[in-house]
Write a protein of this length. Structure first.
Length: 238
């Protein structure tokens, strides 16, 4: 699994004529795993990890720096807090979700700025569980060039993280997009990754579901409602 992804990243960079890879480092398991894979694929001097705090939890930056010290890759700190606050003053008032989605979209802008500056590819860190459930922001963390772990369920990412020697506390900490204080992936989705992974795997294998039908239907609805996120813009063909 690891060697195949590493080879794939290396080939994508070569085919695109790029010189390296840039990705956002949140201090979570997914970004740590992708950073480690990218380093093996193109070398530590051709990987740039961006720290992009935006009213973020301090521990996230601490964990991100831990993995950077372990990998030895290059980094840049781009604090987006002031830009985010300024945008909120310019834009009309809105609910929690529109404001929260500004954060990953600002990060996308920063990632592509550095991608253009250094002729790097932007690597996303989304896994299969998140992508199939639609748990990502369109033109935010979904706005990337490559998705190295998009074929791995969350449980597969955890296994790979162990193989890559990602620190145990990062593997075990509750996944969060950091959209607001106390926010967690599972809390926002309303389902645990273990249950989500089980349902998605059974769909893929065409096996009978064992979890309550209400939970299965919830996942089906999440997949249906987020289908537009997994497709490019619709084109009016004449």
């Amino acid at each position: 699994m690891k060697s195949k992804i590493v080879s794939w990243i290396r080939q994508q960079v070569k085919d695109s004529g790029s010189k390296g890879v840039v990705l956002g480092l949140s201090g979570g398991i997914d970004s740590c795993v992708v950073a480690a894979l990218a380093k093996e694929a193109v070398g530590k001097d051709k990987v740039l990890g961006l720290f992009m705090p935006c009213h973020s939890q301090p521990q996230d930056l601490v964990d991100a720096r831990i993995i950077v010290r372990q990998l030895g890759i290059k980094t840049k700190l781009v604090d987006l807090t002031r830009a985010y606050d300024t945008l909120l003053k310019i834009l009309p008032s809105a609910g929690t979700l529109p404001k929260a989605n500004l954060r990953p979209r600002l990060r996308m802008l920063a990632l592509y700025y550095f991608a253009n500056k250094f002729n790097y590819m932007v690597s996303g860190t989304g896994n299969k569980s998140e992508l199939m459930a639609g748990y990502f922001t369109k033109y935010g963390d979904g706005g990337v060039d490559i998705l190295p772990i998009a074929s791995l369920l969350k449980r597969d990412v955890r296994k790979l993280a162990k193989e890559l020697n990602i620190p145990q506390h990062i593997i075990l900490k509750p996944p969060t997009a950091g959209l607001w204080p106390g926010q967690t992936d599972e809390g926002e989705m309303g389902i645990t990754y273990n249950n989500l992974d089980d349902i998605l795997q059974r769909f893929a294998d065409k096996k009978k579901q064992v979890l309550p039908q209400k939970t299965v239907n919830k996942v089906k609805m999440m997949m249906q409602r987020s289908e537009h996120k997994r497709q490019g813009p619709k084109i009016c063909h004449l």
